[in-house]
Design a protein around this ligand. Sequence first.
Ligand code: SAH
Length: 485
Amino acid sequence: MPESIPALAAREQRLACPVAARCGGCQLTRMTYHQQLAHKQALVEELLAPYCPVSPILGMERPFHYRNKVHAALGVDKRGLPLSGVYAAGTHRIVPVKRCLIEDERASRIIQTIVELLPAFKLRVYNEYTGRGFLRHVLVRTGWRTGEILVVLVASSLEFPGKRAFVAELKRRHPEITSLVLNQNDRHTSMVLGKRETVLFGPGYLEDVLCGKRFRISPQSFYQVNAQQAEVLYRTAIAMAGLTGEETVLDAYCGTGTIGLCAADHIRRLIGVELNPDAVRDARENAARNGVANAEFLCEDAGRFMTRLARQRQTPDVVIMDPPRAGSDLPFLRSLIALAPAKVVYVSCNPETLARDLAVLCEGGYRAVQAVPVDMFPWTEHVETVVLLSKGEVDSKKIRVEFSLEDMDMSEFQDGATYPQIKEYVLEHTGLKVSNLYISQIKRKCGLEVGKNYNLPKSEDSRQPQCPPEKEKAIREAFKYFGMI
Ligand code: SAH
């Protein structure tokens, strides 16, 4: 068993899910978590064997309730009463699910409430065959650090009969909902969300914190479904890029800009490219709200964009690419080879298309140096992998030392934001300068983990200056902003 798997994961029991067989969402429920990690490790090793060594998979300590995006399909039971669940694999038959072991529990409860409220408010479930009825799906997205909750009601129409009373009751039962959106989907389609929407309350989007940066996520934008592991994934990808602060980095398939923006403090310039206009709007907004001034985002097909860069011979120093499951395409890969940036970090959610694309890149003169699998989707067959590719001869020993995962200090990020990020926030919002000592004192007061470098003596008589109340207030505000308390 790879050594990096947390001891707790190894002891984890099975997923005792009563609907596993009929739901089909989790494919590995017959294995313990420990066995799953070994299975995924072996799979990645097998596919990537021709290209590079594979590090031990980074698993979760508690692999439950990690899904921050919960989608419920609505239907009716034999008596005509509404129920929610998932479509049985490959069908439009609903398997009722009340409690899912991988989904965020707050989301499950909200969905149950909505289903219960429907009859009282005379709201009918949409019938796909007759096209009659109102509510089709409910989508809930939750913020891991912020605790914010965005609920999207997907209905056949934006005319919502009895809207006010329904919304008031939902709010009363779930004051934790921070925004409610009504989305219209009247098409005969397997897409969950339609194009038109109206905000019923709140900002109409969700905010969450990753690597100390705050991100806005619209209902339609991509956001990693396991935010806790997304942080591990991003740290790994950024560490593997071995950034010095001088680089121009291209974040291709950037979504809301999360990976690039998490790296923005360590580079000279960031360019993001993404096809979904909502995500690009979010990415620009995310750069602005995090005070990132060295980033720009373009809404374009990544392959076309790369082809243009190649024609103009504009070579970024590092390309981070995170394509969807289908992988990248030949125009992108060929232009990448033509541009020949020194390093490419390929983040992939599908090891099969990853291996296919690695073949093209290696044929074009790249060398895959190392792969690190990350378990973003416990209990499912999916596995995420980060691969570092490099141009020309590389001293593999040197590179291995450079991003030795054991040496990567992730402790700073485990609590949401780094000391410099907190200092900057406090300075910007209050004009006050606070020291590491003060931050660590308040962290301890709040019961937060204090990084190893800041574990200062606790004894009463050690003559440490104590954080004044005014600064304590400012530091606590920063903790709140970063979702740490
Ligand atoms: N790196 C981001 C998003 C990864 S998901 C994150 O970690 O959150 C893949 C993204 O690729 C999605 O946002 C999707 O909209 C985008 N995408 C899909 N096809 C694309 C294409 N041809 N060109 C550019 N972006 C594309």
